[in-house]
Design a protein around this ligand. Sequence first.
Ligand code: NG6
Ligand code: CA
Length: 507
Amino acid sequence: MRIGKHGMLLGCGLAAATCGWAQRTERPNVILLVADDLGYGDLSCYGATRVHTPVVDSLARHGVRFTDMHACASTSTPSRYALLTGEYPFRRPGTDVAPGDAGMIIRPGQFTMAELFRQAGYKTAAIGKWHLGLGDKTGEQDWNAPLDITPRDIGFDYHYLMAATADRVPCVWIEDGRVCDWDANAPISVSYQHPFAGEPIAREHPEMLQLRSSHGHDQAIVNGIGRIGYMKGGGHALWRDEDIADSIVAHAVRYIEANRAEPFFLYLCTNDVHVPRMPNERFRGTSPMGLRGEAILQFDWTVGQISESLRRLGLDQNTLLIITSDNGPVLDDGYADRAWELAGSHNPSGPYRGGKYSAYEGGSAVPYIVYWPGKVPAGTTSDALASHIDLSRSLAQLLNQSVPADALPDSRALLAVMTGRSHRNCPFALTMPNNRSIVMRQDRWKLIPPSKGPKEAWQTHIELGYSSEPQLYDIDRYRYEGVNLAQKNPKVVNRMMQQLNRTLQGR
Ligand code: NG6
Ligand code: CA
């Protein structure tokens, strides 16, 4: 296939519908595979040399690899909120990194990407890391009974999820609104306020730990790992961190097999490469970068299991597979797993400054690969500026679905861009760093408006990029934000500030 001068596939109009691309497509399955904290520089198809990811690289070689895709936040909860709801997280209080006992943040009635697929007659599932809250009220869940509000209420027919992250209690899987493999002999209690009498905690019992904390993560001990939050009970329902990837893959493959005959939407979120990095024993010793490198290899294996199942079931031609990450990378995120020392020359943010939590590009620039044989221009790279925010409405375009008036409020229908068939920049991309400020990309420019906050994120060594002065960077010239051009280009700063304010005030 040939790409025209302005990035359009020749012979095809702007919107997919106008050239019949979407209509001709027989209701494809869609798998949105979201890695956790996987950096722009963590895959070999994005330049990594100390770790090799042959499976993802092969999908990129036969699909489209994006070089300027942005998550909507530099941490999980707000990034995932925006991906699923098409609404920027800064519009919605309570979208910061959620504890494991957070009530469900997306409320029943709010339109989501899953609801969109359900409306189009798809089967829908969420498998893996969730981190968007479960149950009606924070801290009031009864983990020994069916939860009162679940992802079923926002469009997912099936779910198999960890409530938050692997470093937060409760350390159990939730399947269809109940703790999976619940143990009647070990009822579960969870608190983010107080420890439970008689339960050892990590800050008092470091000798019980198989992986020590470097900062935080000093409360409940589960599987010899200190967690955020206190927990009691669980028994045989407790996960073993070494088996998390296997459990996610097993449930995803089972789901794909069971739904092979009908169109399905699978929101599949890996725990890799979030902390605590505790990949399966079979990956140990396979990377010079230690546990973090092995977690990347386990991620690549996961992608391989999914794509192999699709091929085995004859579904790969009719499945749109999108691979991305929720936010930028971090080396030391609170466990002494030696990620920092063993990284060597590996830069998980690739060419970018900063990482997870940052206002700099390293916080939001994420890998994004679209694979769909015969449908997207195979073996191409898209340098278009693009944002996760546009995925939901672009998928509505793919499905030829209209959505309710107030649904997906910030998302724009850019199917051709989001599938690599147009290389046109999106109008602008907004991202929320950890201090809930807003940064903006527009064409080559990056604007970081003045905001308050520390220089570095805890003890992660990550530069956050907050400053009382406005910052403007030319990303086309220097992907590393080193030279502040704000004073030299006041007109660009003003124009972007105005756009930002318009977006904040209206829609
Ligand atoms: C931080 C945690 C970090 C990680 C992050 C959320 C500490 C010291 N740090 O507060 O380990 O869990 O939250 O990551 O507790 S995210 O990718 O899910 O947003
Ligand atoms: Ca994350």
